[in-house]
Design a protein around this ligand. Structure first.
Ligand SMILES: C[S@@+](CC[C@H](N)C(=O)[O-])C[C@H]1O[C@@H](n2cnc3c(N)ncnc32)[C@H](O)[C@@H]1O
Length: 216
């Protein structure tokens, strides 16, 4: 019963919603609803943002792109990790997220996040400028990924990394997109390798999601 109530409330908040389809056409225009869903307090228990960012081993002064940043749920801990001399580019196709993202960051005392309005096929990041491209629950929205990885690689510094955090497709999980829309560890690994990156994985830090790191 408790689990049913949890799934129902997460559904209402949008995490377990049925309209979550792949590709670039998913609609995040109802920004207040999505901000509420992404910032839902209970998310911390399974998303473990502090542990995930610690795992990345970011250095002060580094530059991170949070691709598909939405409310900036991850942009804030990423920005804290790179410190006042570093930057996080919060990259989004939906500009409606930028005001709440800035408000939530200011409320948290975080001032080193810059927003970048992307297009669906281009993150609009400067060449050789980024240490880590961080992609949480966004990769499956991107169509034409081989060409997109090439653009991301162009934006990476020589030792830069692409980090993908996404839902296991083969687990019963009360949050996230439908199983059929999730990307498997094997598929994302193959894609990152085909893009010329060396891939390492962490399948145990998070209960619902894998972490894949592709290094240049
Ligand atoms: C499920 S949300 C993930 C939000 C955030 N990463 C988090 O973990 O809270 C996916 C976000 O990716 C954005 N998005 C979708 N396609 C994108 C693209 N091609 N480039 C940048 N952002 C994109 C959507 O507008 C949406 O805000």
């Amino acid at each position: 019963m408790k689990r049913l109530l949890l799934v129902l409330s997460l559904s209402l908040l949008g995490w377990a919603q049925p309209a979550h389809h792949g590709g670039s056409h998913h609609d995040f225009k109802d920004v207040p609803r999505w901000v509420e869903a992404f910032e839902e307090k209970s998310r911390d228990a399974w998303q473990k943002p502090v542990e995930v960012v610690e795992y990345l081993g970011l250095q002060p002064g580094q530059v991170v792109a949070d691709l598909g940043a939405a409310s900036g749920y991850f942009s804030r801990p990423l920005a804290r990790a790179v410190g006042p001399n570093g930057w996080v580019f919060a990259v989004e196709v939906e500009a409606g997220f930028f005001p709440p993202l800035h408000q939530l960051a200011a409320k948290a005392g975080v001032h080193n996040i810059a927003t970048v309005l992307a297009s669906f096929d281009d993150p609009h990041l400067p060449d050789a400028s980024i240490d880590v491209v961080f992609i949480c629950d966004t990769l499956h929205h991107i169509e034409g990924r081989p060409a997109y990885y090439a653009r991301l690689k162009q934006a990476l510094k020589p030792n830069g990394r692409i980090v993908v955090v996404d839902f296991f497709p083969d687990r019963d999980i009360p949050v996230g997109p439908k199983k059929s829309e999730r990307l498997s560890v094997e598929q994302v690994t193959r894609e990152l390798q085909a893009a010329g990156l060396r891939v390492s994985q962490n399948l145990t830090l998070l209960p619902y999601q894998y972490i894949l790191v592709g290094e240049r």
